[in-house]
Design a protein around this ligand. Structure first.
Ligand SMILES: [Fe+2]
Length: 248
């Protein structure tokens, strides 16, 4: 069973089209998509139209929830930019998405952790300086709890990595399709950076007791995406899209 894992598209149509072109070459058995589909100043409506048309397993991320659970005036700038493009059909689709899913026995999809769409599963943000590091196996195991899965797919941090907890679970974050770097203020100010502008996703070969993970980075027109972000008044996005590093 070959599973393609996408996450954190963030309305980046150019990056998503590059991933789709690669998917056509690789022909996976299943495509799963872990949320934060639209938020940002890029092509939210076009990405929503594309995703709604795909027979993929989609779940909801924190930004998908935030497009629905608060008034426009109190949304963050990235959510507002996406919301302004969306119509009732797009919002109904977002509202239909579950926070987690188990598309195959033993395979769990979540955006952040199984119980929290806004918490990193594989990264720890150090207090008080905001340094980001790989979380300990004990910490990750505690967040997974008794989830019953042997393979967990998560997103949210935009950092591609595959982690195997001793004797139990493999956790894969494919990285972000559409936004390779950002800064955030919660739990303390920090940056997440892939360090290159590529569109990321993962291919996972699973079955017969084994698991082979391929973390993929694709070239695409990131300068075009960065120009769109700059024209929308988002130099932070323009920098991250063009370089994979947050604007500092
Ligand atoms: Fe997220």
């Amino acid at each position: 069973m070959r599973i393609a894992v996408l996450a954190d598209i963030h309305g980046n149509l150019r990056a998503l089209e590059a991933v789709e072109a690669d998917l056509r070459r690789k022909s996976p058995d299943l495509v799963v998509n872990l949320g934060d589909h639209l938020s940002g100043p890029l092509e939210a409506a076009a990405v929503a139209d594309l995703l709604m048309d795909r027979e993929w397993v989609h779940i909801r991320g924190n930004h998908d929830r935030q497009l629905l659970d608060r008034p426009f005036e109190v949304m963050g700038a990235s959510d507002r930019a996406a919301h302004a493009q969306l119509d009732a059909r797009h919002l109904r689709w977002l509202g239909s998405l579950p926070p987690t899913a188990e598309p195959l026995r033993g395979v769990l999809l979540c955006h952040g952790t199984p119980s929290n769409d806004s918490q990193y599963l594989l990264e720890e943000v150090r207090h008080p300086d905001g340094a980001v590091q790989l979380a300990s196996a004990r910490w990750i195991g505690g967040l997974l709890g008794d989830c019953g899965a042997s393979l967990v797919f998560c997103g949210h941090s935009h950092i591609p990595r595959a982690v195997s907890l001793p004797g139990s679970v493999t956790v894969v974050n494919p990285g972000s399709v559409g936004l390779p770097g950002y800064d955030d203020t919660v739990p303390v100010p920090h940056v997440m950076e892939a360090g290159s502008p590529h569109a990321r996703y993962a291919l996972v070969d699973w079955g017969n007791g084994g698991c082979r993970v391929e973390l993929i980075g694709l070239e695409y027109d990131w300068d075009g995406a960065a120009a769109t972000a700059a024209a929308a008044g988002r130099p932070d996005w323009a920098c991250a899209l063009a370089t994979g590093f947050a604007l500092r």
